[in-house]
Design a protein around this ligand. Sequence first.
Ligand SMILES: [Fe+2]
Length: 497
Amino acid sequence: MQQSVAKLFGYVCQWLCVILLGLPVSVIYFILHLQNYVRKLRLQTAKHVDGEVGHFHGGQMVEIRNVSTKEQIDFMTYRSPTYIKQLLFGSLWEFSKLTGSQQSVPLIDDHVLHHVILNSVFCHGLIKGDENSDIEWRLPFTLENYHVFKGFYWDVSEIRLHHNHQLTIVDKTGKIHTQESKTWNLAKAHAQAQLTFFAPGLAHNHVHFVFPSLVSSQVRKMLPPTSVLRQLLDPHTRFTQYINYQALNECQSSKNTGSLIDRIFRPWLSFPISNDDFIGGIQKKCETFYYDNFTLTQELHDELPYHAFLKSYCVIVRKFVEELEPLLKDDYAELFASMNTYLPSLTKHDLVDVITTLIWNCGVVHYSDHHSYLQQFAFKYGCMSMRIPLVQDDHSSSINATAEIPDSMNSDLGARASLFAAEDIYRTRCFLRTFVQYNGNPNLDMSLKCTKYDFTDKAAISSAKSFLEGLTDLDSKLRQRGNAILPLSNIIRSVCF
Ligand SMILES: [Fe+2]
């Protein structure tokens, strides 16, 4: 009875908040729309410029330095309104849930954690265990270079998946926490918070940056709209210049100073780290992947369900590109010449490899990463921050004077209403719904299965038709076998969010 009264009171508070703040938020919404419209008009009348790439922050990594005027106008027309809506009304909705005590996430079950690591974007971070050990997969977090804000903790260094389906968690001092340990729930809560950051902060960087940015800029700069190669790549690189430039330079989603202003007016800033750490992490990850390891795409392991799912789509894309190859050769030579100095790992691959990887990466992997992370994990279990230390070090002992976390505290944690602060969950959800979820525009269908290529060549038109049919057949087969991590109808064809 008491619980239902509290719940009812929560709903009343939530809707009161929506009613009270609805009008001022709507006014800001119209002002921002108007501002977007005026900026667009200014661009339309200004001198149009091409996109430009260059080395990012003086490092090896190449990224967008200037977004072409055409792309800016395109983004402001079709994509910006969706961001404005979520930033305002999405955040208002999450705030109303906070006022109504509706912001909570459960501690993830062991078997769900095991499943989600093998069936989602987290696969990109998995490393095979030693043959002689009982460890099947390791998921290292590589968070050593991040300086977490005071009062926040990311104390786990690795999750291990064992051959007997057991899990263990290694903390940053090297201590191993097993499912039988009294510290298990707290260790798992740290892993849960770190996984929430791991997908947008680390696992997905090579999918988003460098290669897609370089192609999206150069294909428009080097090739005319009549080129079959340009017509092929246009739909899979639309909006990419803008989104990547914004993410790395404007940093609307990550410029968290921890100030009062940010906490009140920018609730989507949920990372408990500075923007410099966040961007530095992306750069380090991309430079290792593309330049030090000289790779263009991640190694796929057939035994991982998520990788097997992605690989099945790669086969269909490759067939499409192979059919078109005679029509692409000459233009590819020109495009390649404009890119290989920026990305030497391209020289290791032929035309079919490069173009297949680009279409598959932007048109399948990117969306699948976002979707699998949100649907299997983040919407239900996501919270970027953890405020209870797992490991006592100089930083945490200044907050908690005890030398060791009492066992009673650890064993109680599973029974607590929430291990995560409601405010942190609220911020995480504002971030997720604005920057990680795909918010479509009803005036523009960006789905992969409805891709329209501007081909005029008859052979190309026929190949495109077979390609889209091939995707539908594959989706049907995957569903029948229970291997469809997500349906084809959901997949978005470019890195546009
Ligand atoms: Fe992304």
